[in-house]
Design a protein around this ligand. Structure first.
Ligand code: AMP
Ligand code: ZN
Length: 273
């Protein structure tokens, strides 16, 4: 789940409350490229008698396509991981400014409009540009902004710095974390088998098969892979508050898999009630 420490629309405590209201007992906070929401989420989950798995969704890229590496239970103070996330977040800021400049040439939008939509210190991304466009009445919602003005094939898009997925996996694993590839069977199709092998060698633990963006036949192929190699399988809502239609608990992770994640993660501990 995402909070307003990245591109979710609610503070961590409200994200935890949304999970609780949906009947969940355990949640993971996985803001993009930051761990700054962990403390607030831990406090909220404790007071609601829930278990929190601290996590992050790390931005990576393979060739032209964005790959999201979920990391659970890593050490948030690990120097290499911090250096990487600092670099990604700083590039995100430069990139968002550049995109705002480009969009501002054709639409009534400037950098202050984006700042207004972004919580202090949050990992900035295209969703904040989308929210600014909504506030300005240019588009109706984030989805419309992503389909057109913010689309990677459009003239306003600027790429952000992102490590290759093998590096991202290795850095999470070296920080004691459990790396899982997020929504790995989306419309872009499967990652090449050789890349998957290299990620597994680097410490990849499994795949997020339960996600609304996964589609057949890629999903079926990954089911076979995880069975053959006995990998961890997760499911998540990818909740972003009102920023996406995704609802808490629309996909979940089996207890046995949560136990495997907890057994494997050595960089930080789950927050138990
Ligand atoms: P960025 O990493 O800044 O390029 O933005 C990508 C993020 O935007 C993803 O992590 C999603 O959370 C979000 N996103 C992508 N597509 C959509 C969409 N159609 N509607 C709402 N949010 C989206
Ligand atoms: Zn997001």
């Amino acid at each position: 789940m995402h909070s307003d420490h990245s591109d979710g629309t609610e503070p961590p405590a409200r994200v935890v409350a949304a999970a609780h209201a949906a009947g969940l007992r355990t949640l993971a906070l996985t803001d993009h490229d930051t761990t700054s929401g962990w403390a607030e989420a831990a406090e909220a989950s404790t007071s609601l008698q829930m278990t929190l798995i601290p996590g992050m969704e790390l931005s990576a890229r393979h060739e032209w396509r964005s790959v999201h590496v979920l990391g659970y239970l890593f050490d948030a103070d690990d120097a290499d991981l911090r250096a990487l996330t600092d670099r990604i977040r700083s590039s995100r800021l430069t990139r968002a400014r550049e995109m705002a400049d480009r969009i501002g040439r054709d639409y009534d939008l400037n950098w202050d409009d984006i700042v207004e939509q972004t919580a202090d210190g949050a990992t900035v991304g295209r969703p904040h540009l989308a929210d600014a466009l909504v506030a300005k009445g240019v588009v109706r919602d984030r989805g419309e902004a992503f389909a057109d003005i913010l689309h990677p094939s459009g003239e306003y898009y600027v790429a952000l710095y992102a490590p290759d997925p093998v590096t991202a996996v290795r850095i999470v694993a070296d920080a004691g974390g459990v790396p899982i590839i997020a929504h790995p069977a989306g419309r872009a199709g499967l990652l090449p088998p050789r890349l998957v092998d290299r990620m597994l060698d680097a410490g990849l633990a499994g795949f997020e098969l339960g996600h609304r963006e996964n589609v057949e036949p890629a999903l079926g192929e990954l089911r076979s892979l995880v069975r053959d190699r006995d990998l961890i399988v997760t499911g998540s809502s990818d909740y972003h508050g009102v920023g996406k239609p995704n609802q808490p608990g629309e996909h979940t992770t089996a207890d046995a898999m949560v136990e495997r994640i907890i057994a494997r993660g050595t960089g930080s501990a789950p927050v138990f009630p």
